[in-house]
Design a protein around this ligand. Structure first.
Ligand code: 5AD
Ligand code: SF4
Length: 488
């Protein structure tokens, strides 16, 4: 059944899942139809149609982009690099802060000339598209965007694309609500040796500043057997590291009515041959359980790194943010985690300038940063988001004051990160190689178990190999090393 707001061409509609089974099967049929169109095109012109992907935001979006790439490959499209012309330009968008949205509008706008010149078009997807005011703006102001879908109907992309290709009319369809989880969609992974694996979609927490629950829906956990089957298949294909993904991985399984399922999942992954490293993100301090801490201690494959956003150091601000924990709880949690896993690297997210934040509140944030001593932190200036609880709350501090606070926080954190990194100098660490460094092509780069970026000089392509690397220089953001030996 369809619940369509507007049936006219170029409509923004919200077709909705209504218990229809075998959705991936349906997608497969639509993919076949587009594939046939593309085969005809190759026979006629000798040219393969191409796409490029522009991904914004978090790892969820990166993972969604792999599904979109998988569908496009299945439909006969070939991926080209970002600087090359393409028949389809796909945007996977983010709306977590206003500056992300502004950047996306400006990127999309700047492509109108290219689209006109090359006869190409834009497909816009992801979190930003879940907001009706955005799809309205796209519809009115960006005529070169021909296909739009949201986070809840990615699997419908082949149908929407087919509809556009055969009718020439723009197709904008966004589901208002989440549907059931669809397994077995095609995936084209970014690399072979490491992979993102979704375990839970959506979020139930409604932190006052955050748009995510509105654009990604309520929590839905994948079945443990499905997650394990995916990881086994990855291992058989040469994958060595998995990162389990969820807005709040600690509540994995709650919607299935199973307690402590996340910890149990970690023990099960521990048994999978071929997987050497397990990571997960993101954890919520209110839900991180003792059984998880025990699993992190006992499972040797679980890396010594935890991303644990604290957002604000003042109890008053935490309460207004609806975070449901106190600074005392957070500090106690950190102590318990460090007792269990002494060398663990801790990273975090911090928001500066939440409405009503006073100088004293901000000092509490700095104090917490100094006490915990994070290996690194993602720091953000608060950005009001449409539809969230805090959207209309009055901002009491002037912009210059907030900027100054932000700068101070970054200085304090960078100093701590530099001090902590210096401990790596002279040590030999295990590095899983990702390939040539993005900033220095003469070097290769990879990550330690603690998540630190390591650049080092070495002969040949070592992508996917596990090495022992001796650290010769350490900075706040990356380490420089020298290869000692290959582990395999
Ligand atoms: N303004 C600033 N930062 C935000 N984040 C989420 N919403 C906002 C917002 N409205 C930050 C939080 C979250 C991270 C992914 O983005 O710190 O943990
Ligand atoms: Fe946003 Fe809070 Fe959910 Fe994280 S836990 S996605 S910050 S609402």
């Amino acid at each position: 059944m369809e619940n369509v707001r507007d049936r006219k061409n170029e409509s923004v509609s919200c077709g909705q899942d209504d218990g229809i089974l075998a959705r991936s099967m349906e997608s497969a049929d639509w993919m076949e139809q587009v594939r046939n169109l593309n085969t005809e095109h190759v026979l006629k012109t000798g040219k393969v149609r191409t796409y490029r992907l522009d991904v914004f935001g978090c790892q969820m979006n990166e993972r969604d982009a792999e599904t979109i790439a998988g569908m496009l490959t299945n439909m006969g499209y070939e991926r080209v690099s970002p600087d090359q012309p393409a028949d389809i330009i796909v945007f996977v968008t983010c709306c977590v802060r206003e500056n992300a949205e502004e950047r996306i509008y400006s990127h999309i706008g700047a492509l109108s000339h290219e689209c006109l010149k090359n006869g190409s078009f834009i497909v816009a997807s992801g979190c930003m598209m879940q907001q009706p005011h955005v799809t309205e703006k796209i519809k009115k102001s960006f005529r070169h965007v021909k296909v739009v879908f949201g986070t809840h109907n990615i699997h419908e992309f082949p149908r929407l694309l087919c509809q556009y290709l055969t009718s020439g009319k723009r197709v904008l369809e966004v589901w208002e609500k989440e549907g059931r989880i669809i397994e077995d969609m095609p995936i084209k992974r970014r690399c072979r040796h490491k992979a993102w694996v979704n375990i839970v979609f959506g979020c139930n927490n409604f932190c006052a500043y955050c748009i995510v629950p509105y654009v990604r829906g309520r929590e839905r956990s994948r079945k443990k057997e499905d997650v394990l089957a995916e990881i086994r298949a990855l291992a058989a294909d040469g994958c060595r590291e998995v990162t389990l993904l969820g807005q709040n991985v600690n509540s994995y399984g709650n919607d299935l009515g199973v307690k402590d399922l996340f910890a149990r999942l970690l023990y099960d992954i521990e048994e999978i041959d071929g997987i050497d490293r397990v990571r997960f993100t993101t954890s919520h301090p209110k839900d991180l359980s003792d059984s998880l801490i025990r699993a992190m201690k006992e499972c040797k494959k679980v890396c010594e790194h935890l991303h644990l956003p604290f957002q604000a150091g003042s109890n008053r601000v935490l309460e207004r943010m609806n975070r449901k924990y106190t600074r005392e709880h957070y500090l106690d949690l950190v102590d318990r985690i460090r007792d269990a896993v002494p060398d663990i690297a801790l990273t975090t997210d911090i928001i500066v300038g939440f409405p009503g934040e006073t100088e004293e509140d901000f000092e509490d944030t700095l104090d917490l940063v100094r006490r915990v001593r994070f290996d690194s932190a993602f720091t953000f200036i608060y950005s009001p988001r449409k539809g969230t609880l805090a959207e209309k709350w009055e901002q009491t501090a002037p912009h210059e004051v907030i900027s100054r606070r932000f700068k101070r926080l970054v200085e304090v954190q960078t100093e701590i990160a530099t001090q902590l990194a210096s401990k790596y100098e002279g040590k030999t660490v295990e590095v899983l190689v990702d390939g040539p460094s993005k900033t220095n092509p003469d070097m290769q780069s990879g990550r330690t178990r603690t998540g630190k970026l390591v650049n080092f000089r070495a002969e040949g392509d070592l992508t996917g190999q596990m090495l022992d690397v001796k650290i010769i220089r350490a900075g706040a953001f990356w380490l420089e090393g020298r290869e000692v030996k290959r582990r395999g």
